[in-house]
Ligand binder design. Structure first.
Ligand code: S6P
Ligand code: ZN
Length: 172
């Protein structure tokens, strides 16, 4: 939980995440108030300002849509060469990284784990555990978000929980 002047919270409900999960019919059946994740952040300067930093904590709830684990939408940065740091605070999960040519890699996220996300690399967090996954982030204030590139083709990896087992599946 972040405290301090200027901290804001953005909440994403499962019903907001149209097209994100493989089974969109299962997503649409989720209760309208079911929260998938929230992002607390501090933006010390105006969005788009070169030279500043933004700071946030993403909290992804435990759960699945169909069998697919709750996750963030994921994005490239609009200013595509901007990088970012993530670090694990609480819970366990995965960070999926993907280049423009859809080469993906997966890193385990746990308390204390540190993850550098290079520029030109899409990033998505996935909660594979049974408690909330909280992950800190720091990124340039002119990074922006490019969600459209992900909306059209998705990530090349999906993560499922079936009978308590986590399954990481390549989807091309
Ligand atoms: C911003 C940073 C995070 C994400 C947050 C939610 O560059 O990577 O704060 O915005 O984890 O993910 P998404 O993909 O819904 O923005
Ligand atoms: Zn980012």
């Amino acid at each position: 939980m972040l405290r301090g002047e200027g901290c804001i919270v953005e909440t994403r409900r499962v019903t907001d995440l149209k097209g994100v999960f493989a089974d969109d019919a299962a997503r649409a059946r989720c209760p309208a108030d079911r929260i998938a994740y929230s992002v607390q952040m501090h933006r010390a300067t105006a969005d788009g300002t070169t030279g500043g930093l933004f700071f946030g904590v993403t909290r992804i709830e435990p759960g699945t849509v169909g069998d697919e684990c709750f996750m963030t939408r994921g994005h490239f940065h609009a200013n595509a060469d901007r990088g970012e740091y993530y670090w694990g605070i609480e819970g366990v999960g995965l960070l999926v990284l993907m280049t423009r040519d859809r080469q993906s890699s997966v890193q385990r996220v746990e308390p204390g784990s540190l993850h550098y996300i290079p520029g030109h690399t899409a990033h998505r967090l996935i909660n594979t555990g049974e408690q909330a996954l909280a992950v800190g982030a720091c990124w340039p204030s002119d990074a922006g978000h490019d969600y459209d590139s992900i909306a059209s083709a998705g990530f090349s990896v999906r993560v499922y929980r079936r009978n308590g087992e986590i399954s990481i599946e390549r989807v091309g």
